[in-house]
Design a protein around this ligand. Structure first.
Ligand code: HEC
Length: 181
């Protein structure tokens, strides 16, 4: 927990919201994921267009996930202290363009996911085609207990275009400040 002291205000805000949403105190057995999904401003409305993404897209996404699972694990739980979880992650179910931007350009430096702080590096996967990135993210956003809107190749193309000048992995502060589409 001592690492948390080094986390900037920017990243503490969502955590603080989660704590509030969870009602603080005693019964802390409920994971913060559900309120996070509701609180994410750009996430689709509760009963999203995600009754279930196209099964063909989910199948392609599951194949694409082979890359991610090296680190984030087959069950999306990550590895404590090293690889953050995708299951229940406030990032995964948050605004789609941020997830796309992370996959395109990678991520670097401290990030707090489900109350745990990680400080590691994720390599960029922008060399993959838009449709593969879209399917993989759609799969991740609708697996491991996650439920969020599907991502299209056009969404990926838009973020790719808007972030074309990016040559290094994001920090979370940079990602939060960036215009992603
Ligand atoms: C080589 C290991 C590795 C691979 C492969 C990898 N990641 Fe990551 N990922 C990481 C690390 C490490 C972080 C945290 C980086 C940091 O600490 O700043 C991360 C962070 C993330 C995050 C934000 C934090 C969270 O847990 O929600 C998302 C979303 C994500 N990765 C998605 C993916 C997807 C989708 C793929 C497959 C296309 C993928 N990653 C492949 C290592 C990896």
């Amino acid at each position: 927990m001592s690492i948390v002291a080094g986390v900037s205000f920017v990243r503490l805000v969502p955590v603080a919201l989660l704590v509030l949403a969870a009602g603080c105190g005693g019964g802390g057995d409920k994971p913060a994921a559900e309120p996070a999904a509701d609180a994410a401003p750009a996430a689709a409305p509760a009963a999203a267009p995600t009754d279930g993404p196209d099964p063909a897209v989910m199948a392609a996404g599951q194949e694409g996930y082979a890359i991610c699972q090296t680190c984030h694990q087959a069950d999306g739980q990550g590895l404590p202290g090293t690889y953050p979880p995708l299951s229940g992650s406030e990032y995964v179910s948050g605004p789609a363009e941020k997830v796309i931007a992370i996959v395109l350009h990678g991520l670097n430096g401290p990030i707090t996911v489900k109350g745990q702080t990680y400080d590691n590096v994720m390599a960029p996967w922008g060399a993959l085609p838009d449709d593969q990135i879209a399917a993989t993210i759609t799969y991740v956003r609708n697996s491991f207990g996650n439920k969020a809107s599907a991502v299209t190749a056009a969404d990926v193309a838009a973020v790719r275009a808007a972030t074309a000048s990016r040559t290094t992995a994001w920090t979370i502060a940079e990602l939060d400040a960036a215009t992603l589409r």
